[in-house]
Ligand binder design. Sequence first.
Ligand SMILES: Cc1cc2nc3c(=O)[nH]c(=O)nc-3n(C[C@H](O)[C@H](O)[C@H](O)COP(=O)(O)O)c2cc1C
Length: 183
Amino acid sequence: MQSIPLDRANRFLEPGPIVLVTTIDGGKPNIMTMGFHMMVQHDPPLVGCVIGPWDHSYSALRNSGECVIAIPTVDLARTVVDIGNCSGATVDKFQAFGLTPLPARTVSPPLIGECLANLECRVSDIRLVETHNLFILEVVAISTDPERLERRTLHHRGDGSFVIGGKTVDLRDRMVKWRHLQD
Ligand SMILES: Cc1cc2nc3c(=O)[nH]c(=O)nc-3n(C[C@H](O)[C@H](O)[C@H](O)COP(=O)(O)O)c2cc1C
């Protein structure tokens, strides 16, 4: 086994799909890219998200307490990277990237029409924001497009390269302890 520098831990552990986060800043919608997130509870659904003060989105989230986590698919790969390489302080990202803001059901920030799913969130716990920029968000509504053909998500490898979601292995019959999690 070869030793790997500690700052590469995320390249092995970074969870889930890369996501887009929308916020409202003084009436203006903004979008950022986020890879550092994890589910922390099923019911009500809580998600831990690292959003740092270097992001324009940080103050919007702290001030409003609301955001939308939108799940892009492979067709938006370049847009996802570009959104994470410019600031809402100077760029209207919905306009610049040709994305469609749709009204959310329960929060002010918009859904992204071009995404596979949109999770509306309210900040539930900020105790770890000061030390780790870690917001605990409660998911309060979810919208998805069941008709959408492109469903392959992007998974960040931590260096600007991405794994594309591929084949599914269905092992639901072995989940004997967790039947209640299945439909
Ligand atoms: C692939 C990728 C993943 C990123 N993940 C995060 C993250 O998890 N947390 C974070 O604070 N910033 C993350 N960023 C950086 C923000 O998206 C970036 O700072 C962005 O410009 C913030 O936009 P804003 O200033 O309009 O809020 C990521 C960027 C990229 C390209």
